[in-house]
Every structure is written in structure tokens, then in C-alpha cells.
Design a protein around this ligand. Structure first.
Ligand code: ADP
Ligand code: DP6
Ligand code: CO
Length: 355
């Protein structure tokens, strides 16, 4: 009798917020970046994607993806690349063991929920593709390491490769044309610098006007500032950031984080036509952080913005009263404004079934 059993596995993945930003692809097909980047993975008890992957011969023939209860197109090259790579790994273990069910040949049904705004500059594509890849890897019982899964998740969304690790994570741009060395690596576990906190200011939960994918494409094609950023500014920031993390030097960490965010948004402004991700509330948040640091006489808070108006403010636990208090006091009266305090994600609490 035909096997109509439904096989399924679930996982969760956290978001990560870059402190050295990825912006620009040297190979859009393989999602290979023009520069390396570094991020902090935030606790998935706060912001996370939950994804279930299932497969069965009883499902309709084509693969499906339901995101926040809405059907998504799975025919796009990025999602297809993830499915293809994972099916290939599954078919290799099926070829070696004739008793394994041939899951690689079955249609996939993916159901995913984000518990935070999607496509609003809070890294939904990062948590989303990290969860999608690991859910299928769990379903297929692949003996793949987080590094191997990061190489696959990168092809779904570049920033997703960093969400397979906890703590402080670098995405090494790599030099090979096949992308085999464009991977995420751990810079330090969350426990290395456990006092790090992030305050998320949700200024707008609306979908951004220009997606990260198309925004960076237009930047690469039109911005002259971009080349200098990729060749000079980012390599310097990468070295400074990795050293700041190693030494738990918040002043340095904070200054590079803010300069990076500014450099990235400057390049967006230099894109033609210009891309504006920051709004007036974002700019007010920058001023509030400047005031906090001025009063403290040193950098105790650092803002950063991805491709959207929502602010992430990094600070150390001991300064929670000053930072969270002043930010909420200054901006809390604004409509539609929400904030959450978050710590970095411990690797030990990440789903490791696929290791
Ligand atoms: P963000 O700043 O939120 O990362 P992007 O423009 O980079 O915004 O990407 C948003 C896109 O990522 C969504 O339109 C969707 O295609 C994809 N995405 C978001 N969440 C998920 C998810 N949970 N599973 C699969 N894909 C997702
Ligand atoms: C500003 O990873 O969302 O958040 O690879 O096209 O899916 P695609 O882009 P995405 O870009 C993220 C850009 C950023 C900076 C960062 O996360 O490093
Ligand atoms: Co994204």
C-alpha cells in the first residue's frame, strides 16, 4: 500500500540585528555579499519565527508555504534554492540507506508564524529562512552542522545565515564564486558578554516600501558612496567590531554600531532614486541616544536601524534605568510606539537537533 503518512518537524529561530551591516550582493543568484557583516542574535523568547515543515504523498503536488496564515509563492529562486539543497542532502542519505522513507521526493508543506512585524526592518527574513531551513533539516533528519545550514539559509535571505547561531555572529563574505565559503561563524557566545541588552522600538509595524533585496540592488547599481563603504569602511568596522566584542569594550562596540548604521543609511540616501528607511521618530531616537551618551560622558547606548524605521538600541544591563528610562520618557508618548528589552540568545537554547 502507498505510504500516505504525514512526516513533520517544527523549530523556532531568533532574529539577529547587524552591528556591521550587509548591504549589497556580488552575486544575486547565490546571495553572495559585497562585504562581511556582524550581528547579535536576540533572544528567541522575545522575537522569533516558529516553523513546521511537513511532507506527504497525500499533499498536493507542489510545495506550499503559509506565512502568518497567508499563502506565499514558493516558486521564487531563493525558496527553491533552499528546498533543492535540503532535498539533495536528504537524497544522499536515502541513497545510502534503502530503508529510509524517500522524503526527498514528496511535496513540502511549510507553515510559519512570526511573533513580530514581518518585512518591517526587524529581520523577519533572517529568522524566517533560518527557521525554514532548520525545520526541513529536522524533518529530513540531516546530520548537518549550523555552519552547513547557514550556507543554505544564506540562499533564502543573506541575513538568515547569522540566525543559525546564538550570541555574536559574523557572516564571512568568502571569496569563492560557488559561495561554499560564504558562511556564518560564531565570534563569541552570548555568555561571553552576558550583560548586553537590546531595546527594540517598534515605530512602525508596516511593511517597508522598498524590500531589502531590491533596495540593495538599486544601491549597488547607482551609489558611488557604496564602493567606498564596501572596500574601505566596512573592512575597518569589521576589524574594530570583532576586537570590541573580544574585549567587551562597549564604548568601541557602540561607536562602531552607530557609525555603521549611519554609513548604511547614507548609502541608501546616495542611492538613486534615494531610499529613506528612517522617519522622524527614528531621527528623534538618534538624538535621545546622543543626549544619553552626552550626559553619561561616554557611550553607554548605541542605536542601529536596519532597512526600516524601527530602532534597536544596544546597552549594558547596568545602564537599564538610564537608557530604557530616558528613551521611554522621551518617546513613549508617541502613537503606535512600543518597546521591548531583550538579551542576546544563548547557543545552548537554540534547536540543535540538526547538529
Ligand atoms: P525584514 O526587514 O523583515 O527582514 P525583508 O524585506 O528582508 O524584511 O524580507 C521580508 C520577506 O521575508 C517577507 O516578505 C517574506 O518573503 C520573507 N519572510 C519573512 N518571514 C518569513 C518566514 N517566517 N518564513 C519564510 N519567509 C519569510
Ligand atoms: C539592513 O538579508 O533581508 O538588515 O539577502 O536580499 O534577503 P536579502 O536581504 P536581507 O538584508 C538585510 C539588510 C540589513 C543589514 C543586515 O542584516 O546585515
Ligand atoms: Co531581511
Amino acid at each position: 500500500m502507498a505510504d500516505t503518512k504525514i512526516y513533520q518537524a517544527s523549530t523556532t529561530a531568533p532574529v539577529n540585528i547587524a552591528v556591521v551591516k550587509y548591504w549589497g550582493k556580488r552575486d544575486p543568484k547565490l546571495n553572495l555579499p559585497t562585504n562581511s557583516s556582524v550581528s547579535v542574535t536576540l533572544s528567541q523568547s522575545d522575537l522569533r519565527t516558529h516553523t513546521t515543515a511537513a511532507c506527504s504523498s497525500s499533499f498536493p503536488q507542489s510545495d506550499t508555504l503559509l506565512l502568518n496564515s497567508e499563502n506565499q509563492d514558493t516558486s521564487g529562486a531563493r525558496t527553491q534554492a533552499c528546498f533543492r539543497e535540503l532535498r539533495f542532502l536528504r537524497s544522499s542519505i536515502e541513497a545510502a540507506d534503502p530503508f529510509l522513507p524517500k522524503l526527498s521526493a514528496l511535496p513540502l508543506k511549510i507553515v510559519s508564524e512570526n511573533n513580530f512585524p514581518t518585512a518591517a526592518g526587524l529581520a523577519s527574513s533572517a529568522a524566517g529562512f533560518a527557521a525554514l531551513v532548520r525545520a526541513i533539516a529536522n524533518l529530513y533528519e540531516l546530520p548537518a552542522s549550523p555552519t552547513e545550514l547557514s550556507r543554505i539559509a544564506r540562499q533564502g535571505s543573506g541575513s538568515a545565515c547569522r540566525s543559525l547561531f546564538g550570541g555574536y555572529v559574523a557572516w564571512q563574505m568568502g571569496t569563492k564564486t560557488d559561495g561554499s565559503d560564504s558562511l556564518a561563524v560564531e565570534v563569541a557566545p552570548a555568555s561571553h558578554w552576558p550583560t548586553m541588552r537590546a531595546l527594540i522600538l517598534v515605530v512602525s509595524a508596516e511593511k517597508k516600501g522598498v524590500s531589502s533585496t531590491s533596495g540593495m540592488q538599486i544601491t549597488v547599481a547607482t551609489s558611488e558612496l557604496f564602493q567606498r563603504r564596501a572596500e574601505v569602511v566596512v573592512p575597518k568596522h569589521m576589524a574594530e567590531m570583532e576586537e570590541a566584542i573580544r574585549n567587551k569594550d562597549f564604548e568601541k562596540f557602540g561607536q562602531v554600531t552607530m557609525k555603521e548604521s549611519n554609513s548604511f543609511h547614507a548609502v541608501c540616501l546616495d542611492t538613486f532614486p534615494p531610499i529613506f528607511y528612517l522617519n522622524d521618530v527614528s531621527k528623534a531616537a538618534i538624538r535621545v541616544v546622543e543626549d544619553i551618551n552626552k550626559k553619561a560622558g561616554k557611550t553607554i547606548a548605541a542605536y542601529t536601524f536596519d532597512a526600516g524605521p524601527n530602532a534597536v538600541i544596544y546597552y549594558e544591563e547596568e545602564n537599564i534605568a538610564v537608557v530604557a528610562g530616558v528613551v521611554k520618557g522621551a518617546l513613549g508618548h508617541l502613537d503606535g510606539w512600543e518597546s521591548r528589552d531583550i538579551s542576546a540568545q544563548e547557543a545552548g537554547d537554540l534547536d540543535s537537533r540538526a547538529v
